[in-house]
Design a protein around this ligand. Structure first.
Ligand SMILES: *[C@@H]1O[C@H](CO)[C@@H](O)[C@H](O)[C@H]1NC(C)=O
Ligand SMILES: *[C@@H]1O[C@H](CO)[C@@H](O)[C@H](O)[C@H]1NC(C)=O
Ligand SMILES: *[C@@H]1O[C@H](CO)[C@@H](O)[C@H](O)[C@H]1NC(C)=O
Ligand SMILES: *[C@@H]1O[C@H](CO)[C@@H](O)[C@H](O)[C@H]1NC(C)=O
Ligand SMILES: *[C@@H]1O[C@H](CO)[C@@H](O)[C@H](O)[C@H]1NC(C)=O
Ligand SMILES: *[C@@H]1O[C@H](CO)[C@@H](O)[C@H](O)[C@H]1NC(C)=O
Ligand SMILES: *[C@@H]1O[C@H](CO)[C@@H](O)[C@H](O)[C@H]1NC(C)=O
Ligand SMILES: *[C@@H]1O[C@H](CO)[C@@H](O)[C@H](O)[C@H]1NC(C)=O
Ligand SMILES: *[C@@H]1O[C@H](CO)[C@@H](O)[C@H](O)[C@H]1NC(C)=O
Length: 334
């Protein structure tokens, strides 16, 4: 409650201005327009600006493209003034185009404890920050750590054929959330009737998962398939990770993007774990007489994962202490 009030006060006090016109990077044409991000909600691009990235405690800011190298874009925020101090935020996006209407991306900045483990750098506006310092996450990235962008106009129609690992009619057992079993008598999953949808039959119990989701994007790394699905019921993205062992498909599902190191048998709190067995003694693979989805983006394969380093760069501690001190002084004065 208190935090919500503070956030309202923050928002009310933020004064934003564009300072820097030095941005010399232009986004590719196809990026321009309105997009839905699996982690940020609505964002929009024009030739040099990206609106809608959440920056630390500052809320949503507008970022200008400063520099670009290959698929990486180095972005600098508008200046935010809070309690007479000017701050600038920097992010690095590694944008991977799937189609004109679909992109997956990584935040190519190392997580930093000084910034609440967000992949962002916030500093006093008087400090110069280079692309190298911001695009500092080593590749290959953690494979499940991508977010998805879908052009708003085609969100309703841009599903793909769900990946093979889940194509079938399954009995779903051992459903757990935070170690607690739900639906002990099991549910079923049909990814045959419509090959672009996961249909869970949850009529017998009520786990906190939608019965219908559309497959939007899939990628496989080290025998783990990552799948982003979208529910038209609650308008939310979910991440599914699946791996196969013997006759069993292990599947996890959580709201939003995948959690760090999510796989078929491991997921962050509030995520679900479940086990899938083909019904009819393993014969219920789909026959290929099924409804075609409108689109069929090919799943892509990324390089193997690598443990993401989590560093505290002492360089930013001092600016952040300054930020926090300023905030505290401000609240003390209320
Ligand atoms: C691009 O977006 C920025 C930030 O929203 C805005 O200030 C600017 O006028 C836009 N430029 C064009 C050409 O639309
Ligand atoms: C662009 O990225 C490549 C590969 O990561 C790197 O070798 C090169 O130095 C970068 N170029 C610039 C101008 O930073
Ligand atoms: C920051 O960079 C600009 C342009 O490259 C330069 O003019 C300015 O002196 C630099 N400021 C600091 C504090 O290094
Ligand atoms: C998407 O579908 C929802 C519900 O089916 C509908 O209300 C909405 O207008 C559709 N949006 C677009 C852009 O077609
Ligand atoms: C059910 O799933 C939980 C969590 O994944 C696991 O610890 C447990 O061993 C499983 N039980 C059975 C009977 O497979
Ligand atoms: C869902 O499962 C119930 C039994 O639990 C069954 O009666 C019903 O027909 C199933 N619905 C669909 C759409 O398959
Ligand atoms: C993936 O699965 C194949 C076949 O089961 C196995 O040979 C390979 O070692 C696995 N790769 C990894 C990285 O686990
Ligand atoms: C899944 O993740 C857990 C925890 O990180 C790990 O112990 C396990 O080996 C992983 N399983 C697979 C199949 O990669
Ligand atoms: C199920 O399949 C296994 C091996 O594929 C077979 O040995 C078994 O007899 C089958 N059971 C039934 C009930 O069909």
């Amino acid at each position: 409650m208190e935090i919500a009030i503070y956030q309202l006060i923050f928002t009310a006090l933020l004064v934003s201005t564009f300072t820097d016109v030095s941005g010399n990077c232009i986004f590719p044409d196809y990026l321009r327009g309105h997009w839905i991000s699996s982690s940020l909600g609505e964002v929009s691009f024009n030739s040099t600006y990206l609106d809608g990235i959440t920056a630390f405690t500052f809320g949503k800011l507008t970022f200008q493209c400063e520099d670009n190298n290959g698929t990486k874009y180095f972005l600098k925020s508008e200046t935010t003034t809070f309690a007479n101090t000017k701050f600038t935020a920097y992010v690095c996006l590694d944008l991977r185009k799937v189609t004109e209407d679909k992109i997956y991306y990584y935040r190519a900045t190392t997580k930093d404890k000084s910034f609440d483990n967000e992949r962002i750098i916030v500093t006093s506006s008087t400090v110069n920050v280079s692309m190298e310092e911001v695009c500092n996450e080593p590749e290959p990235y953690n494979p499940g750590s991508y977010s998805l962008l879908i052009r708003s106009e085609v969100l309703n129609t841009s599903e793909i054929t769900c990946p093979n690992i889940v194509r079938g009619e399954y009995e779903v057992t051992n459903i757990t959330k935070d170690g607690t079993q739900e639906c002990p008598s099991g549910i079923s999953l049909d990814v045959c009737s419509v090959k672009t949808h996961l249909y869970f039959n949850i009529s017998s119990c009520s786990p906190d998962i939608p019965s219908a989701t559309r497959c939007m994007f899939a990628t496989e790394t080290d025998n783990v398939t990552y799948l982003t699905v979208y529910s038209d019921t609650d308008n939310k993205f979910r991440c599914v990770a699946a791996s196969e062992e013997g006759n069993t498909v292990f599947l996890s599902q959580k709201e939003g993007d995948c959690s760090e190191n999510q796989n078929g048998t491991s997921v962050a709190p509030l995520g679900y774990l479940m086990e899938l067995m083909l019904i009819n003694n393993g014969t219920a693979h789909c026959r290929e007489v099924v409804t075609e989805g409108p689109n069929n983006d090919k799943p892509t394969t990324t390089a193997p994962p690598k443990g993401g380093a989590e560093a505290i760069s002492t360089k930013w501690v001092i600016p952040m202490i300054a930020v926090l001190t300023t905030f505290l002084q401000f609240f003390a004065s209320l």
